[in-house]
Design a protein around this ligand. Structure first.
Ligand code: NAD
Ligand code: MN
Length: 494
């Protein structure tokens, strides 16, 4: 820091970034070649939808149309399920070590093409390139490597000495981590000898279609992976298909409940990864600078469009002011804008619909009496944007404390005692994630036991690893993905 910068202490939080102006650092779009149109991937071939329908996918940062994608209906779903059924016998009969070779090959191709896939994902989803490059893509490859390693060791998965695959897996995924959610679903399904029909979200179909190309590149047998693009009706047709043995869904709790009703009374196996309203609990003895970084990462990573986001900050009353001051200073340095710029921290909201939901809930927060704050930041004129937002003076009854906003909006509540923190953290229909910030190891262990959340992070947040199971309690769903536990969802006890 120069002497000038040190003596000119900024009085406004917006000034530090001005002292150190950034030059634009855009990642090149030239590394990805997006075709003007894509078909469905069925039985190893790209094909048009039976009824010839198509839909467009946009870049949410600019509203530019990226491509036109086939819209799959019930007939297309049926063709994909038939292809998966046809491939199942031979695929499941392969020795695990042979299936592993395909998965290792897919993992390596993903690594080789990771720059291309990161740019593609950033374009179609709107999330910053820094995240797709440094988080999504490395985790995607890691998932395939990890489950490749299990394929010949399934006798040790805890499902008996000769566990069997279930058959055809119907997988429906959301738009917030398109390729990562695909990896979470496809890698364990293939490792265990199942075949797959996957439906990506309607706003982010492209990375799944590039993945289809990777399956061809890896020489994966035809029909083992099928991708049917479309919307909710396509997903509904897939989960209702009578020849599906397993349904895996990640998305909203409303749709998850609908799927549970569809599957009830059939012998289909079901796992659901649904919404969340995670509590990030900061005690007065916590390393506060570190906690502030964790709060920021917990709710502004991926524009807060994360099911396990730390969307409720529970801060101990004695340090409330200190934490909020530091948080606001830190938020004033976040760079909101072009997702392809390598300096961008916060990108675009995924769709106009999602932006409308976030806007509506933030307005409800104000109307119910909470205080709204955002750092000064200029939002681009085109595209879907929402400034990082903090609500203080939030009570547990407020909608912004109870409902999943799925956007860059933090609700701040306070507590005095550990018991009060636990009671407030658990006061939600959800139970996906929680964070604890304290120097006391014994307190971490005690609280982790009391918190009704599938994942509890201590002195960190939003840490992911393929070896670690992930999933919910209560309305956040059931079943686990990741780790050895993730195999159980795709295996039948011998
Ligand atoms: P959604 O649940 O409607 O969509 C998720 C996926 O399910 C998409 O692929 C969609 O096409 C498909 N789908 C929709 N209706 C279906 C049906 N009846 N049967 C089968 N599949 C169906 O989610 P959304 O509308 O994109 O977002 C709404 C809210 O859901 C968000 O505001 C957020 O709160 C929550 N959400 C949660 C997650 C998560 O990771 N848990 C992801 C996305 C959205
Ligand atoms: Mn898109």
């Amino acid at each position: 820091m120069t002497e000038r910068a040190m003596t000119e202490q900024p009085s406004q939080p917006s000034q530090p970034s001005k002292l150190f102006a950034y030059a634009p650092a855009p990642e090149s779009r030239a590394v990805v070649d997006i075709a003007p149109s894509y078909g469905l991937f069925v039985d190893g071939e790209f094909r048009e939808a039976a009824a010839g329908k198509v839909f467009k996918t946009l870049a949410p940062a600019s509203e530019e149309v990226l491509s036109e994608v086939a819209y799959g209906d019930a007939d297309d779903v049926d063709a994909a399920v038939r292809a998966a059924r046809g491939a199942f016998g031979a695929w499941s009969a392969l020795p695990g070590a042979e299936r592993a070779k395909y998965l290792f090959r897919i993992a390596r191709i993903i690594q080789e093409r990771s720059r291309e896939l990161a740019v593609l994902e950033t374009l179609d989803n709107g999330k910053p390139i820094r995240e797709t490059r440094d988080a999504d893509l490395p985790l995607v490859a890691a998932h395939f490597f990890y489950y490749a390693g299990w394929a010949d060791k399934l006798a040790y998965a805890g499902c008996g000495p000769e566990p069997r695959p279930l058959g055809v897996a119907a997988q429906v995924i959301p738009w917030n981590f398109p390729l990562l959610m695909l990896a979470w679903k496809v890698a364990p399904a293939l490792a265990t000898g199942n075949t797959v029909v996957l439906k990506p979200a309607e706003t982010t179909p492209l990375s799944a279609l590039f993945f289809a190309d990777i399956c061809r590149q890896a020489g994966l047998p035809k029909g083992v992976v099928n991708i049917v693009t479309g919307d909710g009706a396509t997903g509904a047709a897939l989960v209702a298909h009578p020849d599906v043995n397993k349904v895996a869904f990640t998305g909203s709790t409303v749709v998850g409940k609908e799927i549970a009703r569809t599957v009830a009374g059939t012998d289909k196996r079901l796992t659901l990864e649904l919404g969340g309203k995670g509590a990030n609990i900061v005690f007065e003895d916590a390393p506060l600078d570190q906690a502030v970084e964790g709060i920021v990462g917990g709710i502004f990573f991926n524009q807060g469009q994360v099911c396990c986001a730390g969307s409720r900050l529970l801060v101990q009353e004695s340090v409330q002011e200190e934490v909020l001051d530091a948080l606001k200073r830190r938020l004033s340095t976040l760079r909101v804008g072009d997702p392809l710029d390598k300096n961008t921290d916060v990108g675009a909201i995924n769709s106009a619909e999602q932006l409308a939901r976030i806007t509506e809930l933030a307005e409800a927060g104000e109307a119910e009496g909470a205080q709204r704050w955002s750092p000064p930041c200029e939002l681009p004129g085109e595209g879907y944007w929402f400034a990082p937002t903090v609500f203080t003076g939030v009570s547990q009854a407020h909608r912004i404390a109870r409902e999943e906003i799925f956007g860059p909006v933090l609700s701040v509540l306070t507590f005095r005692t550990p018991d009060e923190a636990v009671a407030k953290a658990n006061n939600t229909p959800y139970g996906l994630s929680a964070g604890i910030w304290t120097e006391k190891g014994s307190r971490i262990l005690k609280l982790a036991d009391q918190l009704r959340a599938g994942v509890v992070w201590a002195n960190t947040f939003n840490k992911f690893d393929p070896t670690s199971p992930f999933g919910g309690y209560k309305e956040s769903g059931y079943g686990r993905e990741g780790g050895r536990h993730g195999l159980e969802a795709y295996l039948e006890h011998a």
